[in-house]
Design a protein around this ligand. Structure first.
Ligand code: MN
Ligand code: MN
Length: 469
């Protein structure tokens, strides 16, 4: 090595693909872990389904619902499920009052199309559901793909009917049609964002008329008749339903080398799954109380009583302190001020096809490890939770000590756009927070792409963070 090469090795911050130099054993570990992830993602495609599946594996790993504990002690594993849509889990550490908590928070809702309260109509012999999109989507991406309907219909007597149709090979699927190019001259002249109107995202659901000369809206009647036989509902029951249209494709390995994953809802279920499994797999009682947050409604601003802005998380922590028999005024706030958190949300990976929106020195690359965003926000960091340098150093230290490949990145070039996560909400409580998640390509599209190396690295990173002092 020349002296220049040696000096460069010492002084430069080298960035390289995580796959380089991995043993065959490590590659197998990554593939196996990601098989579990893809399998889980295929079962937990909505926030309700994710929470349901998370409960199954939490129970299996010795966690119990908060209501089952009269008292808590060191090492106890506990969770609380909020209205079937968000969940908080904790492993009680040695001295929560003195040490604070190590928190990792992800969200389990993803962009999608929701049915309107009065969705069903008939037009020219075809039956449709009207939709209202949820979260930031590029509307044209949601036409002409197979869609499944997932969700619940609740009757006034409390009866809850689960709906999941379009996932099994034998199920029908649904789709939103688009204009043929031959007649799309006017549409093609429009801006991409205006090409498909929100009110035109109507789901095609049927075409056979009910056999009766006398009635009008025969196709709609036939659909309602089918739904009545299958789910025992009538049209009015849609008023109290939450039905989500999500891509009917399965999560799959991507590439000849199977190095990547294509799947719906990886924002942010990839961080939710990795932070959840890292907590469930903790073998020893952590020094600090380890907490995993699976929140809802992040994609529309963390609003409502299942979103991170609600006080339900505080109530959960307060309940832990009650059951530890140490609660007193201000204790929770003091604990928050001693706590640290990874806001586990996906990062915008640099897409070589659209590299012009990224600043290459400050963009995370697929396959290069977990991405840390010191800040997010837009236009001069507005709306960001800018992590303190001291805390970034602390997190770096944890990752470096545990050989975790990480990269520190920004969300795109300055003034190109921006975004946010739940980070600021927890930071407002006094917690040290930094965004830390898996880089994704095609974020918010029906099919999002991640690297298996990064997914496994996220699991290792979150595991190290829960265990950190
Ligand atoms: Mn997200
Ligand atoms: Mn998102």
């Amino acid at each position: 090595m020349t002296s220049g090469e040696e000096l460069k090795k010492k002084l430069f911050h080298e960035k390289k693909s995580g796959w380089e130099g991995l043993t065959a054993e490590k590659r197998d570990d990554i593939q196996n872990y990601c098989d579990g992830y893809m399998n889980f993602l295929n079962k937990g495609k909505t926030e309700r389904e994710f929470v349901q599946e998370a409960k199954v594996i939490a129970d299996y790993n010795g966690f119990k619902d908060l209501s089952e504990y009269e008292s808590l002690k060191i090492g106890d594993k506990v969770y609380y499920i909020n209205r079937d849509k968000s969940m908080y889990l904790a492993v009680i550490g040695k001295d929560i009052a003195k040490d604070g908590m190590n928190i990792i928070g992800a969200h389990v809702d993803s962009p999608r199309l929701d049915l309107k309260p009065n969705p069903l109509y008939e037009d020219n012999g075809l039956a449709y559901f009207k939709t209202h999109y949820y979260g930031g989507i590029k509307k044209y991406q949601w036409t002409t793909i197979p869609l499944a309907i997932h969700g619940v219909i609740v009757k006034p007597n409390g009866e809850k009917i689960s709906v999941k149709i379009g996932e099994e090979e034998t199920d029908p699927i649904f789709t939103i049609t688009d204009l043929l190019p031959h007649l799309a001259m006017e549409q093609m002249e429009k801006k991409l964002k205006d090409g498909i109107a929100g009110e035109d995202l109507n789901l095609l659901i049927g075409s056979i008329p009910y056999e009766d000369e006398k009635v009008l809206e025969k196709v709609k009647l036939n659909i309602l008749n089918i739904l009545n036989q299958k789910y025992h509902i009538t049209e009015v029951d849609f008023l109290s339903s939450e039905l989500e249209l999500i891509p009917a494709f399965r999560c799959r390995s991507l590439g000849f080398d199977s190095s990547m994953i294509a799947g719906y809802g990886q924002d942010d279920k990839v961080c939710a799954y990795t932070s959840l499994t890292a907590l469930l797999d903790l073998k020893e009682v952590p020094e600090k109380t380890a907490v995993c947050i699976l929140s809802d409604k992040e994609e529309i601003g963390s609003v409502g009583n299942t979103g991170m802005e609600s006080h339900v998380f505080d109530t959960f922590i307060s309940e832990l302190l009650d059951r530890l028999h140490i609660n007193k005024p201000n204790l929770m706030d003091q604990i928050f001020c001693k706590s640290m958190m990874l806001s586990a949300d996906v990062d915008a990976g640099l897409d070589p096809i659209y590299a012009h929106v990224s600043e290459k020195n400050n963009a995370s690359l697929i396959g290069h490890g977990i991405g840390l965003n010191k800040y997010t926000g837009a236009k001069g960091k507005s709306g960001a939770s800018d992590a303190n340098a001291e805390f970034v150093a602390k997190v770096r230290g944890i990752f470096e000590a545990n050989n975790i490949a990480y990269q520190v990145a920004e969300l795109g070039k300055v003034d190109v756009g921006g975004g946010g996560t739940i980070a600021y909400i927890l930071a407002n409580k006094g917690i040290d927070v930094i965004d830390c998640g898996v880089p994704v390509l095609s974020m918010h599209a029906p099919y999002e792409v991640t690297s298996k190396y990064d997914v496994h690295t996220a699991y290792c990173a979150y595991s190290a963070f829960y265990k950190a002092n």
